[in-house]
Write a protein that binds this ligand. Structure first.
Ligand code: B12
Length: 242
Protein backbone atom coordinates (compact mmCIF):
# COMPACT_ATOMS: atom_id res chain seq x y z
CA UNK A 1 0.00 0.00 0.00
CA UNK A 2 1.58 3.33 -1.00
CA UNK A 3 -1.15 5.80 0.03
CA UNK A 4 -3.08 5.69 3.30
CA UNK A 5 -5.83 7.74 4.97
CA UNK A 6 -6.82 7.71 8.64
CA UNK A 7 -9.24 5.02 9.79
CA UNK A 8 -12.15 5.93 12.08
CA UNK A 9 -15.37 4.02 11.52
CA UNK A 10 -14.68 2.54 8.08
CA UNK A 11 -11.53 2.01 6.02
CA UNK A 12 -10.27 5.20 4.41
CA UNK A 13 -12.93 7.48 5.93
CA UNK A 14 -10.20 9.94 6.98
CA UNK A 15 -11.52 10.36 10.53
CA UNK A 16 -9.13 12.00 13.03
CA UNK A 17 -9.53 13.20 16.59
CA UNK A 18 -7.61 16.12 17.98
CA UNK A 19 -7.61 18.32 21.08
CA UNK A 20 -6.73 21.95 21.84
CA UNK A 21 -7.43 24.73 24.31
CA UNK A 22 -8.89 28.14 23.49
CA UNK A 23 -8.40 31.12 25.82
CA UNK A 24 -12.14 31.77 26.30
CA UNK A 25 -14.73 30.58 28.88
CA UNK A 26 -16.97 27.64 27.96
CA UNK A 27 -20.27 28.64 26.35
CA UNK A 28 -22.10 28.06 23.05
CA UNK A 29 -19.95 30.59 21.25
CA UNK A 30 -16.77 28.88 22.46
CA UNK A 31 -18.04 25.58 21.04
CA UNK A 32 -18.75 27.32 17.73
CA UNK A 33 -15.25 28.78 17.78
CA UNK A 34 -13.78 25.31 18.29
CA UNK A 35 -15.75 23.96 15.32
CA UNK A 36 -14.66 26.90 13.16
CA UNK A 37 -11.03 26.18 14.02
CA UNK A 38 -11.52 22.47 13.29
CA UNK A 39 -13.04 23.32 9.89
CA UNK A 40 -10.09 25.58 9.10
CA UNK A 41 -7.78 22.72 10.08
CA UNK A 42 -9.41 20.64 7.36
CA UNK A 43 -11.87 18.53 9.43
CA UNK A 44 -15.01 18.37 7.32
CA UNK A 45 -17.48 17.70 8.81
CA UNK A 46 -16.14 18.43 12.31
CA UNK A 47 -17.92 17.19 15.44
CA UNK A 48 -17.40 18.42 18.96
CA UNK A 49 -16.73 15.43 21.19
CA UNK A 50 -15.76 17.14 24.43
CA UNK A 51 -15.61 20.66 25.85
CA UNK A 52 -14.58 21.48 29.38
CA UNK A 53 -13.73 24.77 31.00
CA UNK A 54 -10.31 24.89 32.63
CA UNK A 55 -10.02 27.58 35.31
CA UNK A 56 -11.87 30.80 34.60
CA UNK A 57 -10.89 31.78 31.09
CA UNK A 58 -9.89 28.67 29.11
CA UNK A 59 -11.76 25.77 27.52
CA UNK A 60 -10.35 22.41 26.47
CA UNK A 61 -11.88 20.81 23.37
CA UNK A 62 -11.76 17.44 21.62
CA UNK A 63 -12.99 17.43 18.02
CA UNK A 64 -13.53 14.53 15.61
CA UNK A 65 -13.91 14.77 11.86
CA UNK A 66 -12.83 13.64 8.43
CA UNK A 67 -9.75 14.98 6.62
CA UNK A 68 -9.12 14.65 2.91
CA UNK A 69 -5.36 14.46 3.25
CA UNK A 70 -3.49 11.39 2.10
CA UNK A 71 -0.23 10.01 3.41
CA UNK A 72 2.24 8.97 0.72
CA UNK A 73 4.28 6.27 2.40
CA UNK A 74 7.12 6.60 -0.14
CA UNK A 75 7.66 10.19 1.03
CA UNK A 76 7.81 9.39 4.75
CA UNK A 77 11.25 10.15 6.19
CA UNK A 78 12.41 8.59 9.45
CA UNK A 79 15.68 7.66 11.08
CA UNK A 80 15.86 3.88 10.83
CA UNK A 81 17.96 2.01 13.36
CA UNK A 82 21.24 1.39 11.53
CA UNK A 83 22.98 -0.59 14.26
CA UNK A 84 22.33 -4.07 15.66
CA UNK A 85 20.72 -4.56 19.06
CA UNK A 86 23.12 -6.54 21.23
CA UNK A 87 22.67 -8.25 24.58
CA UNK A 88 24.40 -6.98 27.74
CA UNK A 89 26.93 -9.82 27.67
CA UNK A 90 28.00 -9.06 24.09
CA UNK A 91 28.19 -5.33 24.78
CA UNK A 92 30.39 -5.85 27.84
CA UNK A 93 32.65 -8.25 25.94
CA UNK A 94 33.08 -5.86 23.01
CA UNK A 95 34.02 -2.98 25.29
CA UNK A 96 36.43 -5.10 27.33
CA UNK A 97 38.13 -6.65 24.31
CA UNK A 98 38.28 -3.66 21.98
CA UNK A 99 38.38 -0.61 24.25
CA UNK A 100 40.28 -2.37 27.06
CA UNK A 101 38.84 0.02 29.61
CA UNK A 102 35.39 1.03 30.76
CA UNK A 103 33.31 3.16 28.41
CA UNK A 104 32.64 6.46 30.21
CA UNK A 105 29.23 8.04 29.92
CA UNK A 106 28.15 11.38 31.39
CA UNK A 107 24.44 12.18 31.43
CA UNK A 108 22.34 15.20 32.46
CA UNK A 109 19.28 17.35 31.93
CA UNK A 110 20.58 20.73 30.85
CA UNK A 111 19.26 24.29 31.05
CA UNK A 112 16.35 24.77 33.41
CA UNK A 113 14.92 21.32 32.60
CA UNK A 114 14.26 19.26 35.72
CA UNK A 115 12.58 16.28 34.01
CA UNK A 116 15.03 13.59 35.06
CA UNK A 117 12.78 10.55 34.71
CA UNK A 118 13.82 9.99 31.06
CA UNK A 119 17.58 10.17 31.53
CA UNK A 120 17.27 8.13 34.75
CA UNK A 121 15.35 5.48 32.80
CA UNK A 122 18.27 5.19 30.39
CA UNK A 123 21.11 5.41 32.94
CA UNK A 124 19.94 4.05 36.29
CA UNK A 125 19.99 0.33 37.05
CA UNK A 126 16.20 0.29 37.42
CA UNK A 127 15.87 1.15 33.70
CA UNK A 128 12.50 1.07 31.94
CA UNK A 129 10.19 -1.32 30.07
CA UNK A 130 11.79 -4.36 31.67
CA UNK A 131 15.31 -3.36 30.58
CA UNK A 132 18.02 -2.35 33.00
CA UNK A 133 19.83 0.97 32.52
CA UNK A 134 23.44 1.55 31.50
CA UNK A 135 24.68 1.38 35.12
CA UNK A 136 23.81 -2.32 35.01
CA UNK A 137 26.37 -2.97 32.25
CA UNK A 138 29.65 -3.85 33.95
CA UNK A 139 31.78 -2.13 31.30
CA UNK A 140 29.99 1.24 31.35
CA UNK A 141 31.17 3.87 33.86
CA UNK A 142 28.14 6.13 34.31
CA UNK A 143 28.00 9.61 35.86
CA UNK A 144 24.45 10.89 36.06
CA UNK A 145 24.57 14.60 36.91
CA UNK A 146 20.78 14.96 37.26
CA UNK A 147 18.71 18.08 36.69
CA UNK A 148 19.39 21.64 35.56
CA UNK A 149 23.06 21.23 34.72
CA UNK A 150 24.65 24.23 33.01
CA UNK A 151 26.48 23.66 29.72
CA UNK A 152 29.87 24.82 31.13
CA UNK A 153 29.49 22.41 34.07
CA UNK A 154 28.59 19.58 31.68
CA UNK A 155 31.62 20.26 29.49
CA UNK A 156 33.89 20.40 32.54
CA UNK A 157 32.51 17.17 33.97
CA UNK A 158 32.86 15.44 30.60
CA UNK A 159 36.51 16.46 30.57
CA UNK A 160 37.15 15.32 34.15
CA UNK A 161 35.45 11.97 33.55
CA UNK A 162 37.15 11.56 30.14
CA UNK A 163 33.68 10.90 28.75
CA UNK A 164 33.40 8.80 25.62
CA UNK A 165 29.76 9.86 25.31
CA UNK A 166 27.63 12.65 26.72
CA UNK A 167 23.92 11.91 27.04
CA UNK A 168 21.61 14.89 27.41
CA UNK A 169 17.88 14.89 28.08
CA UNK A 170 15.52 17.70 27.09
CA UNK A 171 11.85 17.31 27.85
CA UNK A 172 10.56 20.88 28.04
CA UNK A 173 10.02 22.22 24.52
CA UNK A 174 8.34 25.53 25.33
CA UNK A 175 9.69 28.23 22.99
CA UNK A 176 11.94 25.56 21.45
CA UNK A 177 14.09 25.51 24.60
CA UNK A 178 15.19 21.96 23.76
CA UNK A 179 16.57 23.06 20.38
CA UNK A 180 18.35 26.14 21.72
CA UNK A 181 19.87 24.24 24.64
CA UNK A 182 21.06 21.45 22.35
CA UNK A 183 22.67 23.88 19.89
CA UNK A 184 24.39 25.69 22.78
CA UNK A 185 25.62 22.38 24.18
CA UNK A 186 26.99 21.03 20.90
CA UNK A 187 28.72 24.36 20.12
CA UNK A 188 30.34 24.38 23.57
CA UNK A 189 31.71 20.85 23.08
CA UNK A 190 33.07 21.75 19.65
CA UNK A 191 34.84 24.74 21.15
CA UNK A 192 36.18 22.89 24.18
CA UNK A 193 37.49 19.75 22.45
CA UNK A 194 39.81 19.44 19.44
CA UNK A 195 38.23 17.82 16.38
CA UNK A 196 38.21 14.06 16.71
CA UNK A 197 38.55 14.20 20.49
CA UNK A 198 35.14 15.41 21.56
CA UNK A 199 32.81 12.89 23.17
CA UNK A 200 29.95 11.42 21.18
CA UNK A 201 26.94 13.72 21.72
CA UNK A 202 23.56 12.08 22.17
CA UNK A 203 20.33 13.89 23.04
CA UNK A 204 16.95 12.47 23.86
CA UNK A 205 13.43 13.47 24.79
CA UNK A 206 9.85 12.83 23.75
CA UNK A 207 9.45 15.75 21.38
CA UNK A 208 12.67 15.76 19.38
CA UNK A 209 12.63 15.25 15.63
CA UNK A 210 15.20 12.48 15.17
CA UNK A 211 16.02 13.84 11.71
CA UNK A 212 17.50 17.01 13.23
CA UNK A 213 20.74 15.52 14.59
CA UNK A 214 22.99 17.13 11.97
CA UNK A 215 21.29 20.50 12.24
CA UNK A 216 21.66 20.47 16.02
CA UNK A 217 25.29 19.39 15.89
CA UNK A 218 24.83 16.11 17.73
CA UNK A 219 25.60 12.54 16.70
CA UNK A 220 22.22 11.00 17.46
CA UNK A 221 18.77 11.83 18.74
CA UNK A 222 16.57 9.34 20.58
CA UNK A 223 12.82 9.97 20.91
CA UNK A 224 9.99 8.79 23.09
CA UNK A 225 9.89 5.13 24.06
CA UNK A 226 13.67 4.70 23.83
CA UNK A 227 14.97 1.78 25.87
CA UNK A 228 18.39 1.51 27.56
CA UNK A 229 19.46 -1.44 25.44
CA UNK A 230 18.96 0.59 22.24
CA UNK A 231 21.23 3.29 23.67
CA UNK A 232 23.84 0.81 24.90
CA UNK A 233 23.82 -0.90 21.50
CA UNK A 234 24.18 2.43 19.70
CA UNK A 235 27.09 3.54 21.92
CA UNK A 236 28.97 0.32 21.43
CA UNK A 237 28.30 0.46 17.68
CA UNK A 238 29.45 4.07 17.34
CA UNK A 239 32.44 3.95 19.70
CA UNK A 240 33.70 0.39 19.76
CA UNK A 241 32.35 -1.96 17.14
CA UNK A 242 32.06 0.14 13.98
C1 B12 B 1 6.83 13.96 35.69
C2 B12 B 1 6.65 15.34 35.09
C3 B12 B 1 7.15 16.44 35.81
C4 B12 B 1 7.91 16.29 37.13
C5 B12 B 1 9.37 15.89 36.78
C6 B12 B 1 10.00 15.03 37.85
C7 B12 B 1 11.32 14.50 37.41
N1 B12 B 1 12.20 14.32 38.37
O1 B12 B 1 11.57 14.23 36.24
C8 B12 B 1 7.77 17.71 37.73
C9 B12 B 1 6.54 17.75 38.60
C10 B12 B 1 8.97 18.22 38.51
C11 B12 B 1 7.50 18.54 36.47
C12 B12 B 1 7.69 19.90 36.41
C13 B12 B 1 7.38 20.67 35.31
N2 B12 B 1 6.80 20.25 34.18
CO1 B12 B 1 6.49 18.40 33.76
N3 B12 B 1 5.88 16.70 33.29
C14 B12 B 1 5.99 15.52 33.84
C15 B12 B 1 5.24 14.46 33.00
C16 B12 B 1 3.89 14.21 33.72
C17 B12 B 1 5.91 13.13 32.77
C18 B12 B 1 7.33 13.20 32.21
C19 B12 B 1 7.98 11.85 32.41
O2 B12 B 1 8.52 11.57 33.45
N4 B12 B 1 7.86 10.95 31.41
C20 B12 B 1 8.37 9.57 31.50
C21 B12 B 1 9.77 9.43 30.87
C22 B12 B 1 10.28 8.02 31.06
O3 B12 B 1 9.60 9.69 29.51
P1 B12 B 1 10.56 10.66 28.67
O4 B12 B 1 10.99 11.81 29.48
O5 B12 B 1 9.91 10.90 27.39
O6 B12 B 1 11.87 9.77 28.43
C23 B12 B 1 11.94 8.75 27.48
C24 B12 B 1 12.33 9.19 26.08
O7 B12 B 1 11.91 10.49 25.74
C25 B12 B 1 13.81 9.02 26.03
N5 B12 B 1 14.70 10.02 26.58
C26 B12 B 1 14.46 11.09 27.37
N6 B12 B 1 15.60 11.74 27.64
C27 B12 B 1 16.59 11.08 27.03
C28 B12 B 1 17.96 11.33 26.97
C29 B12 B 1 18.78 10.47 26.23
C30 B12 B 1 20.23 10.76 26.19
C31 B12 B 1 18.22 9.37 25.55
C32 B12 B 1 19.08 8.47 24.79
C33 B12 B 1 16.83 9.13 25.60
C34 B12 B 1 16.05 9.98 26.34
O8 B12 B 1 13.99 7.83 26.79
C35 B12 B 1 13.11 7.86 27.91
C36 B12 B 1 12.68 6.44 28.20
O9 B12 B 1 11.93 5.92 27.14
C37 B12 B 1 5.03 15.22 31.63
C38 B12 B 1 3.74 14.90 30.87
C39 B12 B 1 3.81 13.57 30.19
N7 B12 B 1 2.84 12.76 30.42
O10 B12 B 1 4.78 13.30 29.45
C40 B12 B 1 5.05 16.69 32.08
C41 B12 B 1 5.59 17.76 31.12
C42 B12 B 1 6.84 17.26 30.45
N8 B12 B 1 5.90 18.87 32.03
C43 B12 B 1 5.61 20.01 31.52
C44 B12 B 1 5.78 21.25 32.17
C45 B12 B 1 5.26 22.47 31.46
C46 B12 B 1 6.39 21.33 33.43
C47 B12 B 1 6.64 22.61 34.23
C48 B12 B 1 7.15 23.81 33.42
C49 B12 B 1 5.32 22.93 34.96
C50 B12 B 1 5.35 24.25 35.73
N9 B12 B 1 4.65 25.22 35.20
O11 B12 B 1 6.02 24.33 36.74
C51 B12 B 1 7.66 22.15 35.27
C52 B12 B 1 9.09 22.39 34.74
C53 B12 B 1 10.13 22.00 35.76
C54 B12 B 1 11.48 22.18 35.15
N10 B12 B 1 12.23 23.15 35.64
O12 B12 B 1 11.82 21.46 34.24
C55 B12 B 1 5.04 19.88 30.12
C56 B12 B 1 6.06 20.28 29.05
C57 B12 B 1 5.39 21.04 27.92
C58 B12 B 1 6.36 21.42 26.84
N11 B12 B 1 5.86 21.50 25.64
O13 B12 B 1 7.50 21.62 27.03
C59 B12 B 1 4.57 18.42 30.09
C60 B12 B 1 4.57 17.77 28.71
C61 B12 B 1 3.13 18.41 30.69
C62 B12 B 1 2.13 19.17 29.80
N12 B12 B 1 1.41 18.46 28.95
O14 B12 B 1 2.03 20.34 29.87
N13 B12 B 1 7.06 17.76 35.47
Amino acid sequence: MSVVRPYGDTTGDGMVQTSFTLPIPHDKKAEGAALQLAAKMGLDPAMLVHAQQIGTGHTFFVVYGSVRHLVELSKVQVVERDFPLRGAKEINTLIRQRLRRKLAVVGACIGTDAHTVGIDAILNVKGIAGEKGLEYYREFRVSNLGAQVSVPDLVERARVERADAVLVSQVVTQRDAHLQNTREMSAAFREAFPAGQRPLLVVGGPRFDELMAGELGVDRIFGRGTTPNEVASYLVHALVAA
